[in-house]
Design a protein around this ligand. Structure first.
Ligand SMILES: [Zn+2]
Length: 299
């Protein structure tokens, strides 16, 4: 009798930022108050670390430089527990806003702050609100020039803030004049009968859709022999966070079902196996290289 086949491994990622830094409620007024807001990121991230420890899972934490400056010990603890520390940039400005020079400064600063804290290279990046899209594709070359080797920001969907419809939904290599990097898009599934895709990789989708639907859709990705790339924010397991003013849509997206996320995560962690991108990526690249039908060149 052979041992049961081990379930496939998927990528688990967290974007470490304060609840008041999300794009939906962003404004220059609010930014001016960031330094005075009561921090909740440390407590929420600790809760995630405990949950991961209980399930013996490792994850990738895309940390904001702004957060790392103020909570260096937390970032040290993330790294010491065996998780990967990656970059979420410094100031959480959507890439559609700053100039290329300001973007370069932002990702350079974040990388340096994080590397100084953990004493190890930081090679992965995720853009604020996934804003690498056709009109900001120049950002990919800046990332290569600044020493990043992989990115997880391109979501091949139609959305009001982000999205690169038609982009390759699975791991691929993106070549720029300055070199290449790997793109590992957050998970989406194709909508039958159309070329459109539905984001299913975490965040609001994970909170708003019924869990059995999420599981069914994630199983479809697994059935294709592709890894799920799941994401969540520490504030999403914090039902007690203060409510902010914003549009009804933003409030729905941000606050819906916050009280259910922790138990849903427990179910997700029982239903699928996860690890960090750092541990998953080399095997994924090798597997694609062995299979001519799974080209790494973007389709
Ligand atoms: Zn973010």
């Amino acid at each position: 009798m052979s041992a049961a086949k081990r379930a496939p491994l998927h990528a688990l990622t967290f974007d470490v930022e304060e609840h008041f830094q999300v794009n939906a409620f962003d404004s220059s007024d609010r930014r001016a108050r960031w330094a005075n807001e009561a921090s909740r990121v440390e407590r929420n991230t600790e809760k995630l670390l405990e949950l991961l420890d209980r399930h013996r899972y490792r994850a990738t934490f895309f940390v904001l430089g702004w957060v790392a400056e103020r909570h260096a010990k937390l970032i040290e603890r993330i790294a010491a527990a065996g998780h990967e520390v990656a970059s979420h940039g410094y100031g959480h400005e959507l890439i559609t806003k700053p100039s290329p020079d300001a973007f370069r400064e932002d990702v350079r600063m974040a990388k340096k702050i994080l590397e100084d804290v953990i004493g190890a290279p930081v090679t992965g990046y995720r853009a604020p609100t996934f804003t690498i899209m056709p009109r900001t594709r120049w950002a990919l070359e800046v990332l290569v020039q600044e020493g990043y080797t992989w990115d997880s920001s391109v979501v091949p969907v139609v959305h009001d803030v982000y999205g690169w419809p038609g982009a390759d939904p699975y791991l691929h290599r993106i070549d720029t004049p300055s070199g290449s990097l790997f793109e590992l898009p957050p998970s989406t599934v194709g909508l039958p009968g159309t070329r459109a895709r539905l984001a299913i990789g975490g965040g609001g989708h994970f909170r708003i859709y019924p869990y059995p639907l999420v599981r069914t859709l994630l199983r479809r990705i697994e059935a294709k022999d592709e890894p799920i790339v799941f994401y969540l924010h520490p504030w999403e397991i914090d039902p007690g966070q203060p409510r902010m003013q914003g549009s009804p849509l933003s409030r729905f997206r941000h606050y819906r079902n916050l009280d259910r996320v922790e138990s849903r995560l427990e179910r997700l962690f029982d239903d699928f196996r996860f690890t960090s991108v750092r541990e998953l990526l080399p095997a994924l690249v090798q597997a694609k290289q062995r299979r001519p039908d799974r080209s790494l060149t973007s389709r």
